[in-house]
Write a protein that binds this ligand. Structure first.
Ligand SMILES: [Zn+2]
Length: 523
């Protein structure tokens, strides 16, 4: 059976860029467009040249690239009243963009026609028809966005429907029903979209905003009710509370509802990367709770969950996380059980029985440390060091005998003694000095540590901790070009906590490389 296709129009670069605090440079826009093309969306709505002349640069620049999947579209309003199409700046701006596809928006709500446009209902239909025809005559395909459609429909269904049919008859390839202020709920979208789909022959689309928190649901319901074109943005960025999030819509349509979306099904695996690059370029922190792609989307913390997922992943996962480029994460914490630890150990090649007493002992040490301000969610490798010690798999490669960090008068100096070697280092700050001195002590015996880089450093104030004075928690992320790991230290002093996290980070790497790797390379 051939799957029904749903066309995707991405408007991250137009509606998305209208979000508060987001502004993309030309280079960033090009990068996002290439990413969207590679993902395989059908249309990239890339700008509104009539309102933002800077968008011309984008339309010129993108011509230097050959896109393999997506068509580039420019956005504009229908012509002004009393202005002929060939004299209308907005329509001319689309021709100047030199694109083959245009998205035109126009009025479908009588209130807007009468009070905002200040014209007659008949005249508005003429405006829509001859704006579309003008662009069609110049060889463009036109997608018509019916602004405030759902609200307009509630007030005057006959007129709203007439707008759809007039746009279709004028040659619009798609008429997208827009919930411009995001106030419509899914059951209303279903009723209204169905009504329209039964009374028009033009291909319908939906353009939803998230003001009621239902933009994704509204888009899916729109499809169920007859729309075959969906507009949205990556991560749902957009004006106010944003647009419908394509990162959620696309997998729902493809994986759950069996539609053909994107040029290739394999592209679904790119969703997580596309999401994170757009967050980065938008200057936003990724949302860890974002469905499908969030850091926590497949994280299991409670012991019973981790245990069940290890028996059968379907127990607590709605899809296989790798389908959309995400991965399962089992968290070690005071809430977890031995299953969470086993899962981590398996990842580094150690198989162990769940009933193992030593494992239970390790878990009780972990829980006790969490009560004292540790939180292994963010630093599982510090917890793994404890487990390795309890299991007798740990080997002491070095002994931190003494350390002192001096941080005064713009001078950051660290003195560190490891085994019998003493090293001093000056750094850009106290943590950098400690890192450098510790490395100097270690690299002669362990040159592999040269590859290890610090990629993230965070200080967290854990808040209330039982029976202790106030402490800070430092987590450090390390990377050797291949693998990433995170460790932590907790102390009343930031520097001491940092030295603990640094020591753990290097220690973990040596355990993995020197102690554990040779073990599982043997068989
Ligand atoms: Zn919009």
């Amino acid at each position: 059976m051939v799957k029904k296709s749903i066309e995707i129009l991405d408007t991250t670069l137009r509606d998305g860029a209208q979000a508060a605090s987001i502004s993309f440079t030309l280079r960033e826009k090009i990068r996002i467009a290439l990413l969207l093309d590679d993902l395989g969306v059908d249309y990239i709505e890339a700008g509104w040249p009539g309102s933002n002349p800077k968008d011309y640069e984008f339309f010129r620049e993108i011509k230097n690239y050959s896109l393999k999947n997506s068509k580039i579209a420019a956005f504009a309003s229908t012509r002004k009243k009393d202005v002929r199409p060939e004299k209308d700046q907005n329509l001319l701006s689309i021709l100047e963009s030199d694109v083959n596809s245009a998205v035109l928006f126009g009025k479908s709500w009588t209130l807007h026609v009468k009070e905002v446009l200040k014209t007659t209902l008949e005249d508005n239909l003429m405006i829509i028809a001859d704006s579309i025809e003008f662009l069609k005559d110049h060889g463009l395909e036109v997608i018509f966005d019916a602004e405030h459609f759902y609200q307009g429909f509630k007030e005057d269904p006959d007129y709203a429907l007439k707008v759809v049919n007039v746009a279709g008859e004028a040659g619009a390839k798609v008429v997208a029903l827009a919930d411009t202020n995001g106030g419509t709920l899914p059951h209303e979208v279903m009723e209204i979209t169905k009504y329209v789909a039964e009374r028009t022959r033009v291909k319908l689309g939906v353009h939803m905003h998230n003001d009621s928190g239902t933009a994704v649901a509204n888009s899916l319901v729109g499809v169920v009710s007859g729309a075959t074109h969906v507009q949205g943005t990556i991560n749902g960025i957009g004006e106010r509370t944003g647009n419908a999030d394509l990162i959620q819509i696309i997998p729902n349509l493809a994986i759950k509802m069996g539609y053909k979306v994107l040029k290739e099904n394999e592209s679904l695996k790119k969703l997580r990367t596309v999401s994170s690059v757009v967050y980065e370029l938008a200057g936003l922190h990724p949302n860890p709770f974002q469905p499908y792609v969030g850091e926590n989307a497949f994280a299991h913390k409670a012991g019973v969950h981790a245990d069940a997922v290890m028996k059968n992943t379907k127990a607590y996962e709605h899809i296989d996380p790798t389908l959309i480029g995400n991965q399962r994460k089992v968290i070690i914490s005071e809430l977890s059980g031995t299953s969470n630890l086993i899962n981590y150990l398996e990842k580094i090649g150690i198989k162990i029985e769940k009933k193992e007493e030593k494992l239970k002992r390790a878990l009780s040490i972990i829980k006790e440390l969490e009560a004292r301000g540790y939180s292994f969610d963010l630093a599982p490798e510090s917890a793994l060091l404890i487990v390795l010690k309890e299991l007798g798999l740990y080997e002491k490669f070095f002994d931190l005998k003494y350390w002192k960090v001096i941080n005064e008068d713009k001078l950051a100096l660290a003195v560190i003694k490891v085994n019998s070697r003493v090293e001093v280092a000056e750094g850009a700050g106290p943590i950098n000095a400690a890192d450098l001195a510790l490395r100097r002590c270690l690299v002669k015996d362990f040159p592999e540590l040269e590859k290890v880089k610090l990629t993230d450093y965070r200080v967290i104030l854990p808040g209330e901790v039982k029976n202790t004075e106030s402490v800070v928690r430092v987590t450090i992320e390390f990377n050797d070009g291949d693998r990433t790991w995170r460790t932590e230290g907790v102390s009343t002093s930031v520097i001491e906590a940092s030295v603990m996290a640094l020591t753990d980070g290097f220690d973990y790497y040596l355990q993995l490389n020197k102690k554990l790797k040779p073990l599982f390379l043997k068989d």
